[in-house]
Design a protein around this ligand. Sequence first.
Ligand SMILES: [Zn+2]
Length: 497
Amino acid sequence: MRLLLATFSHETNTFSPVPTNIERFCRDGTALLSGQAAIEFYRGTSTCMGGFLAVADKIGAEIVVAVCASAPPSGPVDSDAYEACCRLITDEVANGGFDAFWLDLHGAMVVEGIEDGEGELLRRIRAIDPNTPLCVAYDMHANVFDAMVSNAQIVAGYHTYPHVDQQQTAERAARALLRVMKQEVTPTSAWRAAPMLPHVMAQGTHMAPNKDLQALCATWEASGRALTASLFVGFPHADVEMAGLSAVVITDNDQADAQAMVDELISAAWKARKAFLFDIEPLEASVSRARQLGVPGQLPVVMLDHYDNCASGGTMDTTDTLREIIRQDLDDVVFFGIYDPDAVQQAIQAGVGTTVTLSIGAKLTMPQLPVASEPLTVSGTVQTISAGSFRLKGGLTPGLQVFMGPTVVLDTGKVQIVLLSRHIEPTAQEMLQVLGIDPSRKTFVAIKSRVHWRADLGKIARKIVECAGVGVCTSDYGQLTFRRVRRPVYPLDPDMQ
Ligand SMILES: [Zn+2]
């Protein structure tokens, strides 16, 4: 059996000013991975590609990896990058000779001039090859358009957020497609979207309602009632027609039952729509509350600067939460982090042990927000300089090599500020440990993350305080101007019944 595998993944925040060019799709910032190098990079990792490779290896398939292009979330993908990555995949499709296509796509990719990046890719594949069996593993944050479902025999979405089942999702998709290829089953899909934009901070599967919705999907898959069942919470920071929650269920030749399961998921999600809202506490009050909760010598208070999470398209360089932490004089804090490659270079040139004064952050303007951040001037000692490259043992994707780029810790005496050269969400304790910081021993761990930190840093959180700073992942939808999303949609139109 000869298989074509590919990863082409981007979660697009249409409000983000962070550019999405071809360099951003390169894992280490230098080259797109493909072929044998991609296989070696991903084999044994807890990623979708790792899952595909595990199944392919088990059945002794011949593997061709067209490309592994995965970029951290940011603004719309530029056309050149999109066309280049698509072409790597469609050229292989055109070469022919494959028994199946296994694709790892995000599902919320927006391209300059194209709202549905994944659907467009699948249309192009099907225009060349309408028949070869095809499966897709999608992120739970997919904003589903019809072409993303209708052009695949099998689609499967993550069942967890934090996404700790990426590998398993790809394996479920691949195994279901293998059954299709053996003609054991006849895949029949149904899907529907609900007119709702769940808040990301209310989407975690550690709590209702999403925990229960995902459990329903897993139950149907385990019983065999569904080949795959997926509840996509959607990515709300994308002003596209189909942004929001949807469900896709695939059965063995039972259209009515596929539709019945979709309807049950959508109905349950809609009934729970108020539980998908998020209450916002003003920044000053939340930092003050955190200050009172902190106890030196005990496990930390985790403070979430979640409006500026780079894993949702944030610039990762807004300074407002850090500024408030300093203003309220919190002590024994690690703050991860501020994206500022220039400040990193200045600190590196000064050297470890040197005292420096730097203007950090707020270098990327956010024209789509009615509020702006300001650079922050800080003085401190350059404590650590790191190349920022290591292999994750835990967290979201154990086994995956991480490239944080040149990274510096600036110690102000009370706050250790991590300065970064690449956008990386702090999710694992290891990301701090490689910088010489044990987060479990800090009184406060302040991070630009929303939900994924729970995968590992969650283990050491004694208390959690959500801090509404400034950023394009704002939970205050009133700060965003939606023009394209279908209306009415809840909660932009709060009176919907
Ligand atoms: Zn996601």
